[in-house]
Design a protein around this ligand. Structure first.
Ligand SMILES: Cc1ncc(C[n+]2csc(CCOP(=O)(O)OP(=O)(O)O)c2C)c(N)n1
Ligand code: SF4
Length: 348
């Protein structure tokens, strides 16, 4: 059975679909690749949320990570674009069709090197989409060259020593104005699934930087992108539960002060159960401070680092109508003759 093959079950979600209806093609990635686990978690999140697969659009660039949309949500729309150019495709598609539920999957090479400018401008615009970075510290598809997230001083057998400091995608996202920033680990599917569900409800770009080990080129002793390092160093900020909009759970089971709830615009709620660390995910400066401290401390904090539902999305900013432009009749798409004459008149 492949990593993304669903367990045999007759259960159905609110749309009457089974989990297997959210599967994709059989994976051709290496056995044990973190990207396969993430594909499986995306399938689970979309099934649990009863997302209509025909409304979902998948976007990716080039890389093993960017191949992985083939292995989940086989009934959804999909485009595998140029290396690092996925944000442009997603910006165009989601802006002219606001009915789409967009998910992009990228690698640390695709996002952090050739596509870094695109990534930053996507966040600046606040395009409405879930953006997952499958971060393994190498260019897996081209046989393991060091990427922009490799640790300073890291040595790989074939790639040599990395002499440059790594980029931190979470820090970069917060600085660029992103309103949903999370870090997780392919080896922690439970946390990742709740984060992905919450990300689908966020309005604007939701960035998930997910450590996703490359078992062929960067899973060795001491690598901060390996399964063993992730399991040993994972420091969850909180236990996270996502409650969809029709939830009717009450807080009675919890001691006061142990739970924090973040309400999202569609009525759903992110419930964060505190660990022994005090952390407020709505405090932007606290998130930046935490990430800066981590850079020097060799820590691996996971969870929802920052959330802010307040920013307008790119489509709002462009004052686009709800729905899809392709369904609008000509008279709504074009200005009337009188309106056009008036506009032209200003330039005469
Ligand atoms: C314009 C262009 N430059 C370079 C390449 C070669 N190339 C293909 S995938 C890749 C990097 C993939 O790394 P990453 O995005 O981290 O994904 P991974 O394979 O590790 O999942 C590169 C440099 C390309 N396909 N196109
Ligand atoms: S080379 Fe690495 S990133 Fe690519 S499929 Fe294999 S394990 Fe995954």
């Amino acid at each position: 059975m492949t990593d993304n093959a669903a367990q045999g079950s007759t259960a159905c979600n609110l749309l009457g679909l089974s989990r297997t209806d959210y599967n994709g093609a059989k994976s051709t990635l290496c056995n044990g690749c973190g990207h396969n686990s993430i594909a499986n978690v995306i399938i689970g999140a979309a099934y649990d949320l009863s997302l209509d697969p025909t409304r979902i659009a998948k976007f990716s660039g080039i890389g093993c990570s960017s191949k992985s949309p083939t292995y989940f949500l086989g009934r959804s729309h999909s485009i595998n674009g140029l290396h690092g150019r996925m944000p442009s495709l997603a910006t165009g598609a989601t802006t002219v069709n606001r009915e789409l539920v967009a998910i992009g999957v990228s690698g640390d090479g695709d996002t952090g090197s050739i596509g870094f400018g695109q990534f930053k401008h996507l966040l600046r615009r606040n395009v409405d989409m879930v953006y997952i970075i499958e971060n393994n510290g190498v260019y897996g598809l081209t046989k393991g060259q060091l990427s922009a997230t490799a640790d300073l001083g890291q040595k790989l057998k074939h790639a040599g020593v990395n002499e440059l400091p790594p980029l931190d995608f979470c820090l970069e996202a917060i600085i660029a104005g992103c309103g949903f920033v999370a870090r997780s680990f392919a080896g922690d599917p439970k946390q990742l699934q709740e984060l992905i569900k919450a990300a689908f409800s966020h309005r604007g770009t939701a960035v998930l930087n997910v450590i996703s080990p490359c078992v062929s080129f960067n899973n060795g002793e001491g690598s901060t992108k390996s399964y063993s390092w992730g399991k040993e160093h994972d420091l969850p900020l909180h236990e996270i539960d996502f409650l969809p909009m029709e939830h009717d759970e009450i807080l009675a089971d919890y001691d006061p002060g142990t739970i924090r709830e973040v309400a999202l615009h569609d009525g759903s709620v992110i419930r964060l159960k505190k660990t022994d660390r005090e952390y407020d995910p709505t405090d932007r400066m606290a998130a930046i401070k935490l990430l800066e401290e981590e850079r020097s401390g060799g820590m691996f904090t996971t969870g929802l680092l920052y959330v802010d539902e307040g920013r307008q999305t790119f489509a709002d900013h462009e004052r686009l109508v709800p729905g899809s432009l392709v369904n609008l009749p000509n008279e709504k798409l074009r200005p009337s003759k009188e309106a056009l004459d008036k506009i032209n008149g200003k330039y005469r």
